[in-house]
Design a protein around this ligand. Structure first.
Ligand SMILES: [Mg+2]
Length: 364
């Protein structure tokens, strides 16, 4: 569809609980809402980098700059009006995957609205409810960890993910298994371990985990393959699965048996879908991860998560888990069975409600 205008809104949404990062305290989630207009319709996207730069070099500032100075002017200047051509222009920009995801996903939403179809239909999904998993962080004591899990489990989440790192691995897992012997449980190491830790990683087999997410550094694909050969538990690639070429290398080496696909990290729905297809062809099941995002990006992830090879619960949680208030209506809610049902209606299906969180708007 021919694009008639684009608006970018910087939003700042308060979090329930501030969290500490290496260079400060984060008490709100920052993102850019992308509004693309055409044919009397509006498509919505969300560019949602993490605060600070501890996860990746992209920040809310670099994302805003990439969108306002480069991506939006390039797309508007191109005159492209077919979705696939527009996606090529956005994806042709090197780097800044969060900015690309925000803009590209708004184009997908607009195209779905033009067709009067839910986004999942364009993507090749089936619109089924998406099972949701709970993710909890690192704690000072095992008791705090167990308290946190007990607090959220009654909401119905379909599995629990705990973070592990040096000095916080076997003890919390022993405690979790004593307290919840049959709970679907997984761990995420966020690349904390190295070649000296192979023995410890092998010990994780005895906890009957669904998977061990990203035990080693992003680029340590051979080490991960070596660990996987000695494990019954599947390794899940997260940070390592940053692009389709990276995933192809993971498949070739046998570095993982499960893939966490994050729409924001890989630069949008087109790349995420291509990675889903590549993983399916190699018989690697997938799930949709988050960092987490606000409601618009979560909605895009939920539609994607109804593609057939997303067989593990998603990290997309209820809005109320993180935010007292949301930028979409209805807020993202868990059904009693731990699934998130997609709203009906064209595009992402959620209504927008972000004006009170907007700190800056630029109109193109
Ligand atoms: Mg992870």
């Amino acid at each position: 569809m021919k694009i008639e205008g684009i608006k970018l809104h910087r939003v700042r949404v308060p979090l329930h609980e501030p969290f500490r990062i290496s260079n400060g305290v984060v008490d709100a989630k920052e993102a850019v809402v992308v509004e693309v207009r055409g044919g009397g319709l509006t498509g919505y996207g969300e560019a949602s980098p993490m605060a600070g730069s501890f996860y990746s070099p992209e920040t809310p500032e670099s994302t805003w700059r990439a969108l306002t100075c480069e991506l939006v002017p390039a797309l508007l200047g191109s005159g492209a009006d077919a979705l696939e051509d527009q996606v090529l222009i956005v994806d042709g920009y090197g780097g800044e995957p969060f900015a690309r995801a925000g803009l590209e996903n708004a184009l997908w939403d607009l195209e779905a609205r033009r067709q009067g179809a839910p986004l999942w239909r364009l993507l090749g999904g089936d619109g089924r409810p998406v099972p949701s998993g709970l993710a909890v962080g690192l704690y000072d004591t095992v008791e705090e960890l167990l308290d946190r899990v007990r607090r959220f489990l009654p909401d119905g989440y379909r599995r629990v993910k705990i973070k592990i790192t040096h000095g916080w691995d076997l003890a919390p897992l022993e405690a979790m298994r004593r307290a919840f012997p049959r709970l679907p449980l997984m761990v995420d190491a966020n690349a904390a371990y190295g070649p000296d830790d192979l023995k410890l990683i092998r010990e994780l087999d005895r906890f009957s985990l669904l998977m061990i997410e990203q035990p080693f550094a992003r680029e340590a694909l051979e080490l991960s393959a070596e660990a996987q050969r000695g494990l019954r538990t599947p390794i899940c690639a997260d940070e390592s699965a940053e692009s389709l070429p990276a995933l192809e290398r993971i498949i070739e080496l046998g570095s993982a048996r499960i893939v966490n696909i994050k729409v924001q990290r890989v630069g949008g729905l087109a790349a995420a879908r291509a990675m889903h297809h590549a993983a399916a062809a190699a018989s690697l099941p997938c799930w949709v991860g988050t960092m987490p995002e606000l409601g618009i990006a979560s909605a895009h992830g939920l539609h994607l998560a109804t593609l057939p090879n997303f067989t593990y619960p998603s990290d997309i949680e209820a809005s109320a888990r993180w935010y007292p208030d949301e930028i979409v209506r209805p807020a993202i809610q868990l059904l009693p069975d731990g699934c998130i049902a997609l709203p009906s209606g064209p595009g992402i299906g959620y209504a927008q409600d972000f004006a009170r969180f907007t700190v800056e708007t630029v109109v193109f």
